[in-house]
Each structure stands twice: as structure tokens, then as C-alpha cells.
Design a protein around this ligand. Structure first.
Ligand code: BES
Ligand code: ZN
Length: 628
């Protein structure tokens, strides 16, 4: 933290005066962690855990190698949430353990409880190891213990972690802040017949099922805690290239390997643009449908929702996105959750570059227009204070402030820079930015200072300080933003208009449409469409029964808006089968708009809730106004 503030001071002296954040926010200060990196920083984590599906618990020890930063610091504070802490030691030598006194503070509903270790005077080494013996609770917010019945194969249960943003602390006691980077090693014991995978290299061969159920891992690059990840399941592996492959349950693995066979090509494209892929392998893990996100960029092993396996590779932008985080996010990391747009906005921009190179500009444009429309609905619904790139998250749970603003507004900012400095100019700048800040965690202010010294002088006068300021500090989209357009969608708009005007549904070119055109077609429906029209469309194109989760989502929104009853059984089966927050939250919100819909929502939710992830139920409980 000291270092960040020092760098920030430099940023102010070279940048515009307006670079200081508003309202007393301290740039680089993590308001979502109890840890004090100006006293101590954790450099390495060694985990030794056993997974019990009966007890829904991970149990064992975490050894933390700690570096002293503050000369006189005597208290080491770690983040925890709902952990059972058994004992804490100072590991003076392998055979010399000294018990440490500790206190577990009051549990804050958002932050969890600080675990404070009292360090004896005698412990004055610049670097030392502490060992925490602990176990997780069944309700740990970062773990989902999926029952066998909710998996693809239905034979074995499935455990997976989701540490971003502040859930690592619910399964590991550590400094849970993105500005603390550490390497890690792990030994994970799992039931026989199951396999453990992590966001790390495995030096017990990951592609083999190990008869003793003991798996060992090593992550030699320093990463933030939110990228520590583990899954335990009955998994198969299929290679898709020399350094890429897919882990999935056996009934899914072939389809997944086919759907994501272009991953190596995506890495090659990215390396050309942004510099070497620095993480060795890049594998995908296909999770059960209750995974609350589309994807999670855990290093070396992105976690992926099965809802993007559409059969026609039309939703692989998600893979481009998670892969792009290998540069924006995992290599150069947001210092605090306020700076999330540095991770997500840049990644959406990189994702567009990858999609363009692999699938062409037409598809890139369609995806950008779809993204823009999701941003527009957030811009219309959210208060102005939530429409700035570097949001004030003090006192707020990062999970509940998950919007399109850091993603799409962030990407549009970079696109706008591209419009002023040229594609080659912006790509060269990004590459140098990744090299310059590699394996560091940085603030919005540090990025801005870097931009001002390394891009703006390339073309003096191309942008003004006031324009940059508007992007970074003001709500909404600047009037001078450069917005995507899509000819392909203009055609779909005409076709929708013709159909609404009375032409037959059978004359729509739907068999040539990919997910993109279908979603755009459906999302553009006016407030009401006659039930007979919807029935005709459904009869010809079988929308209620589509296996494409994104098309089904858009269709179900139309169905709710028009009270189209034939789709209701599918609505219920959809909401009980899928737990991806982006695909279910809007459906519940739509239902809640009418009394009859609210009743339906509550009935469905009471059946679906037991199978949702804790991150999803936290959001949905608030929407449906219910607790446990
Ligand atoms: N890192 C995010 C997911 C995330 C962000 C989890 C913040 C918790 C807090 C991941 O890379 C992501 O952005 N996923 C998107 C993918 C999409 C934009 C292609 C998702 O899950 O929808
Ligand atoms: Zn992302």
C-alpha cells in the first residue's frame, strides 16, 4: 500500500490536477480487506486441505510466508469469513512450532471477520511462516458443494470455488486484497475416483486420475488471492491443442472440446497483439450450470459455464474474454475493486480484438452492439454515482455493484482512444502497458499517469485532458464516445419490422442466424406483441424449446413481458436448471413487475434456490425480498 500511495504522488505531479479521486477516497486503499499491507505482506501460501463432501467442508492448514514491512508491527491481520479457526502457530523451524495467540473479530456481513495474530517480540525476522489450522463451513460464500443430481453426469458431487471478488477469505485465511500478490503451492486430498484441479500447475499429472486421491499444485507466479481456485469432481480431460484442453464431466467433455477447439488460435492472436502468454498452459474447466458467472479467469484454468456450449461456437467470445484476462487482470491487476474497470474494460476491448482476428469484423460488431445495449439499460436504471468508471465502493459489497459500466464503458473508453491514436497506436500502447506493469497491481490513477506519459505525447492535441477526465470521473457516456454499429443488425431490424407488420414468421431467415441475430431480433421487440404472433413465431422457430441459453433468455423475457403462458413451464425449468446470475436475475426482475409475476417468481424461487450458488442467492434474496 505504501508503494501505491508513493506512485500515486508521482501520478499527481505529472498528470492533470483532476486526477485525485473525489470525496476523500484514497486511491489504492482497499476498503474491502482488513489486512494492512503496510505492516506485513503474505508472499507465499502453502495449502494442505482435505475435501469432505459429507461434511461440505475443506479442512487442514494454510502456511503463510509473511514478509515484514512495518518495522515495529506486532499484529498480523488476515481476512476470514465463516472459517472455524482451530489453532495458529509460528513455524520457527519444520520441527519447532510455537503457538500464537489469536483473536477472531466481530463478523461484518460484507467483510467477514478479521483474524488477528499476536506476534511475540522474539519474532523479528524479516520473513517468517505462520500456520493456521482451520476448516470451512458448509455455507462458505466462495464454495459451492453441488449435489450429484445437479451435475451433468449425475453420478458424483462437484465442488468449485469462486474467490472473486472477496470470497477467497471464506475458504482460506489470507490477506484478501488484489494488491497483495503471492505464489502458492497446495496438496489437496479428495475422495477416491475424483480429481482436484487448481489455478496452478500440477506436478502430480493433472490429466491422470490419481488412485490415492492426493493432488499437488504449484503456482510459481505471484497472483492476487481472488485468483486462487480449486475444483473437485469426476472429471475427464481432452486436449484441444499443445497447451490447451478441457476438463469436464464425461457427458460434456466431447461437446466442450469441439465448441472450444479454437482456443489455441485465440492465444496465438493474443500473443501477437499483447506479448507472450506468460502462464504456461491454458485449460478450461466446464462447471455445473449453477456456476453464477459466465466465466472466471483463474490463471492457467478458466472456469466456464456450460451455458455457452451452443453447438455452433457462437458464444466463444466468453473464452476470448477469460483468456484476455491473462494480460488485463492476471498480469496487470486492479489494486482495489474501485479499479475493476482496469481489469474488465480492458479485457472486453482485448476480447473484441481476439474475436475480430478469429471470426471477423461482422461478428465483432454484432457483439459490440449487443454489449452497448446492455450498457444502455444500466445507464437508464442506475444512479449517476454508479455510472463512473472508478466507482466509490466504500461500504458496498462488490458483488452487488456488478454492472456493465466497468465492462462496456471501460471498453468504449479504449475504443475511443483507438479512434484518436489508430489501431496500431493503441495496440502498441497496450503491449507496453502490460510489459511495464506486469505482475503488479495498479490504480486508476497510475493508469492515467502512464497514459499521459506514454500515449498522449505520441500525437499531441489528439485528445484533451478534459475529455480523459470526462471518461474517468463523470457519469454516463461522453457525447463524443465512438459507438459500434452493425450492418448485419440493421438487416435484422428490417426483418423484425416486416414480421411485426404482418409477413409470415416462416419467411424470416432464422436458419442462417447465429445466437447474435436471434438475440438482437428478440431484444428489439416493442412493449407488446399479440399472443397469436408469438405463437406463430414459436411454432415455426421452436423458441420455447431452444437449447441455446442466450436465445432462450431473450425469448423468456419477451414471454414474461407479454404474459405468453405457453412458455411458462420452460421458464420454470430454465430458472431451476441454470444459476448463471446474468441469465436469471433479469427474468426474476421482470416477473416482479406484476403481482401475478411476483407470485410466480416466488414459487419458482422456492424450488430453485437450494441449487443456486451463495453469490446468486445473495442477489436474488434482495430482489425477491426473502432470506433463508
Ligand atoms: N472476472 C469476471 C467475473 C467476476 C467479476 C466475478 C467481478 C466477480 C466479480 C469474468 O471475467 C467475467 O467478466 N465474466 C463475464 C464474462 C463476459 C463479460 C464475457 C460473465 O461472467 O458474465
Ligand atoms: Zn472479465
Amino acid at each position: 500500500m505504501k508503494k501505491l500511495i508513493a506512485t500515486f504522488a508521482v501520478a499527481v505531479s505529472v498528470g492533470a490536477q483532476a486526477a485525485a479521486p473525489a470525496d476523500g477516497i484514497v486511491a489504492g486503499r482497499d476498503y474491502h480487506s482488513y489486512a494492512d499491507p503496510s505492516a506485513f505482506v503474505v508472499k507465499h501460501l502453502d495449502l494442505n486441505l482435505q475435501a469432505s463432501f459429507e461434511e461440505k467442508s475443506l479442512s487442514g492448514v494454510a502456511d503463510l510466508t509473511v514478509k515484514r514491512v512495518g518495522a515495529d508491527a506486532r499484529k498480523l491481520t488476515l481476512d476470514t469469513r465463516d472459517l472455524v479457526i482451530r489453532q495458529v502457530w509460528w513455524v520457527k523451524a519444520a520441527d519447532d512450532l510455537k503457538t500464537l495467540r489469536f483473536t477472531l473479530g466481530v463478523r461484518d456481513p460484507m467483510l467477514g471477520a478479521p483474524l488477528t495474530l499476536d506476534l511475540p517480540r522474539e519474532l523479528d525476522a524479516p520473513e517468517f511462516v505462520v500456520r493456521v489450522s482451520y476448516q470451512t463451513r458448509p455455507e462458505a460464500s466462495g464454495l459451492q458443494w453441488v449435489a450429484a443430481a445437479q451435475t451433468a453426469d449425475r453420478t458424483h458431487p462437484f465442488l468449485f470455488t469462486q474467490s472473486q471478488a472477496i470470497h477467497a477469505r471464506s475458504w482460506i485465511p489470507l490477506q484478501d486484497s488484489p494488491q497483495v500478490r503471492m505464489t502458492y503451492t497446495a496438496t489437496i486430498r479428495v475422495p477416491r475416483g475424483m480429481r482436484a484441479v487448481m489455478s496452478a500447475e500440477s506436478y502430480t499429472n493433472p490429466k491422470e486420475l490419481l488412485p490415492d486421491g492426493v493432488y499437488k499444485f504449484r503456482m510459481p507466479q505471484a497472483i492476487p488471492s481472488y485468483l486462487v481456485a480449486l475444483a473437485v469432481a469426476k472429471l475427464e480431460f481432452r486436449a484441444t491443442g499443445p497447451r490447451t484442453g478441457v476438463y469436464a464431466e464425461s457427458s460434456v467433455v466431447e461437446a466442450a472440446a469441439k465448441e472450444f477447439s479454437e482456443t489455441e488460435q485465440m492465444i496465438e492472436v493474443s500473443e501477437k497483439l499483447f506479448g507472450p502468454y506468460r502462464w504456461g498452459r491454458y485449460d478450461l474447466l466446464i462447471l455445473p450450470p449453477s456456476f453464477p458467472f459466465g466465466g472466471m479467469e483463474n490463471p492457467r484454468l478458466s472456469f466456464i459455464t456450460p451455458t455457452v456450449i451452443a453447438g455452433d461456437r457462437s458464444l466463444t467470445a466468453l473464452i476470448a474474454h477469460e483468456l484476455a484476462h491473462s494480460w488485463s487482470g492476471n498480469l496487470v491487476t486492479n489494486a482495489t475493486w474501485r479499479d475493476l474497470w482496469l481489469n474488465e474494460g480492458f479485457t472486453v476491448f482485448l476480447q473484441g480484438r481476439i474475436v475480430r482476428a478469429v471470426y471477423g469484423e461482422r461478428r465483432e460488431q454484432m457483439e459490440e452492439v449487443l454489449d452497448l445495449s446492455t450498457l444502455r439499460s444500466d445507464l437508464a436504471d442506475l444512479p449517476p454515482s454508479d455510472l463512473v468508471l472508478a466507482m466509490d465502493l466504500r461500504g458496498r459489497d462488490p458483488d452487488e455493484v456488478f454492472t456493465q459500466v466497468p465492462y462496456i464503458k471501460g471498453a468504449l473508453f479504449i475504443s475511443w482512444l483507438e479512434s484518436r491514436f489508430g489501431a496500431a497506436g493503441i495496440d502498441a500502447f497496450l503491449k507496453s502497458y502490460f510489459d511495464h506493469f506486469q505482475f503488479q497491481s495498479i490504480t486508476t490513477e497510475q493508469f492515467r499517469a502512464y497514459l499521459e506519459t506514454n500515449l498522449l505525447p505520441k500525437k499531441p492535441g489528439a485528445v484533451t485532458a478534459a475529455e480523459i477526465d470526462e471518461w474517468i470521473t463523470r457519469p454516463g457516456l461522453p457525447a463524443f464516445a465512438v459507438l459500434p454499429v452493425s450492418d448485419a443488425f440493421d438487416k435484422v431490424d428490417e426483418q423484425r419490422k416486416a414480421w411485426l407488420g404482418g409477413t409470415a414468421a416462416a419467411s424470416l431467415p432464422g436458419k442462417d442466424w447465429t445466437t447474435h441475430e436471434w438475440v438482437h431480433f428478440l431484444d428489439g421487440f416493442p412493449g407488446t406483441v399479440a399472443a397469436t404472433k408469438l405463437a406463430e413465431l414459436d411454432a415455426v422457430w421452436n423458441l420455447t424449446q431452444t437449447g441455446n441459453s442466450e436465445v432462450a433468455f431473450s425469448w423468456l423475457r419477451v414471454a414474461i413481458a407479454n404474459d405468453y403462458a405457453p412458455a411458462y413451464p420452460r421458464l420454470e425449468s430454465y430458472l431451476t436448471a441454470i444459476g448463471r446470475r446474468k441469465l436469471i436475475k433479469p427474468l426474476y426482475e421482470d416477473l416482479m413487475k406484476t403481482p401475478a409475476g411476483a407470485e410466480r417468481a416466488r414459487a419458482i424461487y422456492s424450488r430453485a434456490r437450494p441449487n443456486y450458488h451463495p453469490i446468486a442467492t445473495a442477489t436474488l434474496d434482495a430482489i425477491l425480498k426473502r432470506g433463508n
